[in-house]
Design a protein around this ligand. Structure first.
Ligand SMILES: *Cc1c(COP(=O)(O)O)cnc(C)c1O
Length: 393
C-alpha cells in the first residue's frame, strides 16, 4: 500500500487533502515524493516561520533531545523559563506566560484566565466572552463555540454557555454588560479571510475595556511571532491587551501554544496545567525561533523580506485585475480577494500543479503566509509559477 492508501484506511477523514506528499524541504522550498520542487507560500499555515529544516532550529532541537525532552511541570524547566523571558521581552509587555501545545489550547487558557478574573472581581459573576463574527479561535468544544461562524456550531453541542458574537468591532460596545468577562479578537482575522481591523477602532475598544476593567484578549495565534512585522500585532496596533495568545509561528514547527497576560495572579497552583506544555523540546524551539526572528527584525532583514514579498504580490495583483478585486493584509500575512470561490479553488490547484503552494481563507481570499525567511529567489520562483498557473486558468 502507498501512503495515500494507508492514510485513507487508518486516518479519520477530517481533512480534504490535496494529492501531494512532501518528503523534504529547505527554507521556503519543498520537495514531494516524486522529487518535484515547490515554493511554499504557506509555511504550513503560518507555522514554519523560520523556514523548513532551519539549521539553527535543527541543531538546537537535536542537542535538546539528546539531553532531555520531558520531565513534567512538577520541576523547573530552564528552556521554559527562558522561552517565557524571550517572548515577554520581545513583546515589550509586562506579562507572564503559560505554555500549552496549540492555538486552541492557548485560547482555552485565555478564556479560563478571563473567567476566573471575572469571578473574583466583585459580587457579580462575569462569565461572558464577546468574540467577532467570522473569527476563528480553534477546534475544542469551547474554542469552536468562541469561533464566530455559525456553520461550525452544527454538531458537538451542548456547548459551554456565555459566548456572544459581535457583528463587527463597532458592535462590541453595545454588547458589554455586567456579566462580560472578556472580549477576544484577532487583529487580522486569518481563517475568516485576511481581514485587518481598523487601528483607531481597535484602540477605542481597548480604551473602553480598560475603563470598564474588562480584559481584552488578542488571539495572535496567526498574527504573532513577527508575522506582520512586530513580535505581536498588538504592538503594531499600539494597544496593551491584558491577554495575548500565541502558537503557530512561535514554535517554528514544534507544537506550542502560549498564553501571556498582565493578570499574573489570577491563576494559582492547580488552576490550570498541561502535561506536555512548555517541555524541554518545545520550549527550546521557541527560544531558538524567537532569537532568529529577533535578529532578523533588528538587522532590518525582516522588513526587506516583507517589502520584497509585497512588491511581487502587488505586481502579480495588478497583472490579473480581471480575477482579483483587492489586495489585503499587513506584513507577511496577505491575501488577494478573488472574484468568486470556484476561481479561487482553481487557482490553488493550478498553483500546486505549477509548483507553488498557496492557501484559501474565508470564502474568496487567496492567502499568502510565506516563511519570514523566504529569499528573493524563492519569491521570484513562486510568483513565476503563479503566473504559469494563471495562464492556465
Ligand atoms: C490556527 C488558529 C487557531 C487554532 O490553532 P490550533 O493550533 O490549530 O489549535 C486559533 N486562532 C487563530 C487566530 C488561528 O489562526
Amino acid at each position: 500500500m502507498n501512503i495515500k492508501e494507508i492514510d485513507n484506511q487508518y486516518v479519520l477523514p477530517t481533512y480534504a487533502r490535496a494529492d501531494v506528499e512532501f518528503v523534504s524541504g529547505k527554507n521556503a522550498t519543498l520537495f514531494d515524493s516524486e522529487g518535484k520542487k515547490y515554493i511554499d507560500f504557506t509555511s504550513g499555515i503560518g507555522v514554519v516561520s523560520v523556514g523548513h529544516a532551519n539549521e539553527r532550529v535543527a541543531k538546537a532541537l537535536c542537542e535538546q533531545v539528546a539531553s532531555l525532552t520531558h520531565t513534567s511541570n512538577l520541576y523547573y524547566i530552564a528552556p521554559q523559563a527562558l522561552a517565557a523571558q524571550k517572548v515577554v521581552e520581545a513583546s515589550g509587555y509586562d506579562m507572564q506566560c503559560f505554555f500549552g501545545n496549540s492555538g486552541a489550547e492557548a485560547n482555552e487558557g485565555a478564556i479560563k484566565i478571563a473567567r476566573k478574573h471575572g469571578e473574583r472581581d466583585g459580587e457579580i459573576k462575569r462569565y461572558k466572552i464577546i468574540t467577532l463574527n467570522h473569527s476563528f479561535h480553534g477546534r475544542t468544544i469551547t474554542t469552536v463555540k468562541a469561533t464566530g461562524q455559525e456553520s461550525m456550531h452544527n454538531y458537538f453541542g451542548p456547548f459551554p454557555d456565555g459566548f456572544v458574537y459581535a457583528e463587527d468591532i463597532d458592535e462590541i460596545e453595545s454588547l458589554l454588560d455586567d456579566h462580560t468577562a472578556g472580549v477576544m479578537i484577532e487583529l487580522i482575522q486569518g481563517e475568516g479571510g485576511v481581514e485587518p481591523q481598523n487601528k483607531e477602532k481597535v484602540q477605542q475598544v481597548a480604551k473602553l475595556l480598560k475603563e470598564r476593567e474588562i480584559p481584552l484578549i488578542v488571539d495572535e495565534v496567526q498574527t504573532g511571532a513577527y508575522r506582520i512585522g512586530e513580535f505581536t500585532a498588538s504592538q503594531a496596533y499600539e494597544i496593551e491587551p491584558e491577554i495575548i495568545t500565541l502558537a503557530k509561528g512561535v514554535g517554528g514547527g514544534v507544537p506550542v501554544g502560549i498564553v501571556m497576560t498582565t493578570l499574573k495572579h489570577v491563576l494559582q497552583a492547580g488552576d490550570h496545567g498541561s502535561t506536555f506544555g512548555g517541555n524541554y523540546l518545545s520550549s527550546h524551539a521557541v527560544c531558538e525561533v524567537v532569537d532568529i526572528l529577533n535578529e532578523k527584525k533588528q538587522s532590518g532583514d525582516l522588513e526587506i523580506t516583507s517589502l520584497m514579498f509585497n512588491q511581487a504580490l502587488e505586481k502579480f495583483y495588478e497583472a490579473y485585475q480581471d480575477t482579483f478585486t483587492q489586495k489585503v493584509g499587513i506584513g507577511m500575512m496577505c491575501g488577494l480577494r478573488v472574484k468568486d470561490g470556484d476561481t479561487l479553488t482553481n487557482i490553488i490547484n493550478l498553483a500546486r500543479q505549477n509548483g507553488v503552494m498557496v492557501l484559501k481563507a474565508g470564502r474568496n481570499t487567496l492567502r499568502f503566509l510565506p516563511p519570514l525567511t523566504i529569499t528573493k529567489e524563492e519569491i521570484d520562483e513562486g510568483f513565476s509559477a503563479l503566473n504559469s498557473a494563471m495562464s492556465q486558468l
